[in-house]
Design a protein around this ligand. Structure first.
Ligand code: FAD
Length: 494
């Protein structure tokens, strides 16, 4: 029986593991953390459970790409979904005006045109380009036949350039850039293609999974184990041995060696280089991968409530203090009124509280001085800084949502140090790679190297988000002998 070792039990690693197990591999998934899920994993404080890396997802209905993947993986029936408000699942708040985003690309375009009637033609052109981008990836009809010419151009074209070319009203450009925080690239550098697939996914039908990321990770693990795969937690991969240009073994921190015919890794490509002996990959490749910028860091603020946050039930809030998209992702320290994204989660268990999570950009360099300390033992100065930063965001949030202030019973927070500790991401980057126009398209980290039997998957090599992480497996594994037809199977799954 061929053996596959999957490094990382996040959304991408578990997806890959299930497909390997379903195709007859003996599968071992290894993760350095105590819980599976990677960014899907929740953390608990008292009775409250908080999501870190999944607040909402896109369509799961018939023909929707995310739903198809979940059905193909055999986990759909194990999950319960809570649709967000189809008439306004995201409330985009800017100085002086708000815009509620409805489900459906047509409905979205129509609402934009109603709100900005003088820009109807420009809106039509922008939406047509976004649709063309989605088609280029072969996602809409799930045939996976990427049109490389389209993908290269839409991954090399900056979002703001497209908007500036066709739209005059600054408010409209702000609305159409507002989802950039979902993938963490400044709109002037954000690829039109990335923006299009992220927006398309949520417009198909924004929803939450009951029980949050833990429920999704749990369903994936159960499916993997039902197929005979195994999961090793609290094991860190420290080496990847190659014999004659082919993967041979994965080495764990405790000295265990796992022989492998196929290795699927969801680590950042620079971290994969560190696992390999020097010289296994070409110096030019190593230089390019190590030279690329990693993505933005963030601060997470986690609120436990003793009531229902009415203004956030079934919808998220993006609150910008400027209309200028080039400032949307400025470090919160540099913003007089920091941007925040707010999302509320309904408790999955009887008697558990509602929670709200706020997210705001925060750079690694703000906390790098404490990089060598560990959670629970960080010095007082770090805690003071963290509290001061959280207070700045909360002051703004409470001023805009006064009813929630009265409901808060506990506040916790995280910084890029927490992300680095829990996921191993370089500089605590939310989405690993910085998916900018100069690092996507032809410059995107490759899924294959010259080491045979090694496949790179995850948000770091494709697109941020649970869908992006899962799709990377289809584009990666799908190209290997024995995995033909992965996209066709997914399409047939519904
Ligand atoms: C703050 C935040 C909010 C987000 N919100 C959303 C959202 O609302 N909707 C959405 O769709 N997406 C969201 N995302 C993105 C989404 O969570 C990720 O794109 C996705 O979960 C990434 O999955 P992955 O498998 O690529 O990586 P990861 O989940 O990071 O998995 C990598 C795994 O590798 C393990 N690992 C690392 N190094 C080693 C090693 N040496 N040995 C063994 N194991 C190792 C890590 O422990 C981790 O489990 C959010 C992300 C962040 C940070």
């Amino acid at each position: 029986m061929p053996r596959a070792v999957v490094i990382g039990a996040g959304a991408s690693g578990l997806t890959a593991a299930i497909h390997c197990a379903a195709r007859g591999y003996e599968v071992t998934v290894v993760d350095r953390q105590a819980h599976p899920g990677g960014l899907l994993a929740r953390f608990q404080r008292g009775r409250a459970r908080f999501d870190v890396g999944v607040h909402y997802l896109g369509g799961v209905g018939p023909g929707h790409v995310f739903g198809r993947i979940l059905r193909h993986l055999g986990v759909f029936g194990d999950l319960a979904f809570q649709p967000l408000d189809p008439d306004g699942f995201d409330l985009l708040r800017f100085p002086g005006f708000e815009f509620a985003v409805p489900v459906g690309m047509d409905a979205f375009a129509e609402r934009l045109a109603d709100r900005f009637p003088a820009e109807r033609d420009g809106i039509r052109r922008v939406v047509a380009r976004l649709r063309e981008a989605v088609e280029g990836y072969g996602i809409a009809d799930a045939d996976g036949r990427t049109d490389l010419d389209i993908v290269r151009t839409v991954e090399g074209e900056p979002l703001l350039g497209l908007l500036d070319r066709h739209l005059r009203d600054a408010r409209l450009r702000a609305v159409l850039s507002a989802h950039a925080p979902l993938y963490g690239v400044v709109p002037a550098e954000a690829p039109v293609g990335l923006h299009a697939i992220v927006l398309y996914h949520f417009l198909e039908g924004a929803c939450r999974v009951r029980g949050g990321g833990d429920a999704l990770a749990g369903a994936l693990v159960r499916r993997l184990e039902a197929l005979g795969g195994r999961l090793l937690l609290r094991r860190r991969v420290v080496g990847l041995e190659v014999a004659g240009r082919r993967v041979d073994r994965v080495v764990l921190h405790d000295g265990t060696e796992l022989p492998a015919d196929l290795v699927v890794t969801s680590l950042h490509p620079a971290q994969v280089l560190d696992l390999l002996s020097p010289g296994v990959l070409r110096p030019a490749y190593a230089k390019r991968v190590r030279g690329q910028r990693v993505g933005l860091g963030h601060m997470g603020i986690f609120l436990e409530l003793d009531g229902v946050p009415r203004s956030l039930v079934r919808r998220n809030l993006y609150s910008f203090s400027s209309l200028d998209p080039t400032r949307f992702l400025d470090d919160m320290v540099d913003q007089p009124q920091p941007f925040y994204f707010a999302s509320a989660a309904e408790p999955a268990e009887e008697g558990a509280p509602w929670t709200v999570v706020l997210t705001t950009p925060l750079g690694w360099e703000r906390v790098a001085a404490w990089a060598d300390t560990t959670p629970g033992r960080r010095p007082e100065a770090y805690r003071r800084l963290k509290d001061a930063l959280a207070t700045r965001v909360l002051d703004r949030f409470y001023a805009e949502n006064p009813e929630i202030r009265e409901q808060v019973v506990a506040v916790h927070s995280s910084t890029p140090l927490s992300t680095a500790f829990f996921t191993g991401a370089p500089r605590g980057a939310m989405y690993g790679h910085y998916h900018s126009v100069d690092q996507m398209g032809v410059y995107r980290p490759p899924q294959f190297t010259r080491v045979r039997g090694l496949v790179q998957v995850g948000q770091v090599v494709f697109a941020p988000g649970v869908l992006g992480a899962m799709l990377s497996v289809y584009y990666g594994l799908g190209r290997l002998p024995g995995f033909e037809g992965l996209f066709d199977e997914m399409r047939r799954a519904g």
